[in-house]
Ligand binder design. Structure first.
Ligand SMILES: NC(=O)c1ccc[n+]([C@@H]2O[C@H](COP(=O)([O-])OP(=O)(O)OC[C@H]3O[C@@H](n4cnc5c(N)ncnc54)[C@H](OP(=O)(O)O)[C@@H]3O)[C@@H](O)[C@H]2O)c1
Length: 425
């Protein structure tokens, strides 16, 4: 399909997007409004207590970002009226039935009007509380599916998942849907009972609350529980595990809904659109790059020859739009899965990333509080656990020894003072 045809496809269409204040969905919203101003409507689900605060969040966290600069330049003072004719921020939450949209009139209008649903809402914390991650990433996906079943002219539900639903298995990752109850290689059990997990976390929570735990203790215990259950079933963290369970629920309860699941790898800043290098906060690899630029990061851990799979945000969005345009014509009994990554056609090695970032930061150093360029450390790659242990020993053992000696001497000193006081009394 040619680019123009893909863009045309969204003319006069209504698209419902969840996770609209998040990084990826913002890039999607901006792209649609920029390339297809004749889209009929964008309904955006935003967590907020009422319509007014969802509108405020949309303006503050989406429109007022640098990402919208190209649109601001294009529309000038007409941007506000353009946006209010196209975008409807809606307060809601994927953790609830009907996505927490209580206004029945609005809900009915949405059900009549929506052509596409994009579910980008998620908690992306790797060690999220188990109850929270299940509510959003697992049952949130089911709530979006149930909402989709009410949309009379829905063409497609696009669910954004992650390539890491496959855990840490090496090699080629197939675009294959999960079956209900599947576990990964290395799991300590052979069946994953999602409802059983839901029951378990609820019972554990009630029990912990009955023990009068503080919120902090409760959070820490439920975070540990998430990792424990993930590892038991073969996943390395709560995030990828609960996302995988979300995919399973979609597969199980799909019925006749046309579903595409996109599985991006590590999403980085934009490549070209609306301009290169847009990113929000420190997310995945960016924290490593900034650590390096600030001179704080002195070592890279990992095999320098490993291919690092990352993909710019605008490329992910382009893939989503192409999938929506193409797959809305071809309804399928099966869920269609797309892995969105770079390692197959355009692989980049860990060591190349290190060198490129180093060279870039050398030419464009970060500055400190006084405006002076920060000197970077010459970064070492530690490719094995033994080299890591050696590094820690050489670098930190002398410090630890000094600390130990000073702790010991202050301990002896306090004993001496106590004994002297005792003798004087
Ligand atoms: N970033 C990556 O590298 C990456 C890689 C692969 C896949 N993905 C997937 O891509 C999607 C988007 O990720 P992202 O990086 O844009 O994440 P993000 O910036 O953390 O955004 C997540 C969005 O989901 C919303 N959300 C969270 N809980 C919600 C709830 N209960 N109800 C409604 N909305 C809720 C958040 O709203 P609030 O603003 O209210 O918190 C936010 O708008 C996710 O599905 C993620 O799993 C991301």
């Amino acid at each position: 399909m040619e680019v123009d045809k893909i863009v045309q496809h969204f003319e006069g269409k209504t698209i419902f997007i969840t996770g609209a204040t998040g990084f990826l969905a913002k890039v999607l919203v901006e792209k649609i409004l920029r390339v297809q101003p004749n889209v009929k409507k964008l309904f955006l689900l935003i967590r907020a207590s009422n319509v007014r605060s969802s509108e405020q969040r949309f303006h503050k966290e989406v429109v007022d970002t640098e990402l919208f600069q190209v649109l601001r330049n294009k529309w000038g003072e007409n941007l506000t009226s353009f946006l209010s004719s196209k975008v409807v921020p809606i307060s809601g939450d994927v953790c609830h039935e009907n996505l927490g949209i209580i206004n029945t009139e609005l809900r009915d209008a949405m059900w009549k009007d929506i052509d596409f649903i994009v579910n980008s809402a998620a908690t992306t914390r790797f060690d999220e509380r188990y109850d929270v991650a299940m509510d959003i990433n697992t049952f949130g996906a089911l709530h979006v599916l149930n909402f989709a079943k009410n949309c009379s002219k829905l063409k497609l539900l696009l669910h954004v998942s992650t390539a890491f639903v496959h855990g840490t298995s090496p090699g080629l990752i197939l675009e294959k849907q999960f079956q209900m109850g599947e576990t990964l290689e290395g799991a300590k059990v052979s069946y994953l009972d999602i409802n059983g997990e839901k029951k378990l976390v609820e019972e554990r929570k009630t029990k912990l609350q009955a023990q009068n735990m503080t919120e902090k203790e409760l959070t820490s215990t439920l975070k540990d529980l998430g990792v424990e259950r993930a590892v038991l079933h073969g996943w390395p963290n709560t995030y990828s595990y609960t996302k995988a369970m979300g995919e399973m629920l979609l597969e199980k309860f799909k019925e006749n809904i046309n579903i595409v699941i996109m599985r991006p790898t590590i999403i980085t800043s934009t490549w070209r659109e609306p301009f290169p290098g847009w990113m929000e906060g420190l997310r995945t690899l960016d924290s490593i790059f900034v650590g390096l630029g600030k001179g704080k990061l002195k070592v890279f851990l990992g095999d320098p020859n490993t291919t690092l799979d990352m993909i710019p945000g605008d490329m992910v969005v382009n893939s989503m739009l192409v999938a929506m345009a193409i797959r809305s014509h071809q309804s399928s009994d099966e869920i269609i899965i797309y892995n969105i990554g770079s390692s197959l056609r355009n692989p980049i090695k860990y060591d190349n990333v290190r060198c490129l970032i180093y060279q870039y930061l050398k030419r464009n150093p970060l500055v400190n509080d006084t405006g002076k360029p920060i000197k970077m450390a010459k970064v070492k790659i530690l490719s094995s656990m033994s080299s890591f242990h050696r590094y820690i020993e050489i670098r930190y053992l002398p410090i630890l020894k000094v600390k130990f000696v000073s702790i010991l001497s202050s301990l002896l000193l306090s004993i001496l003072i106590k004994v002297t006081n005792y003798m004087c009394n």
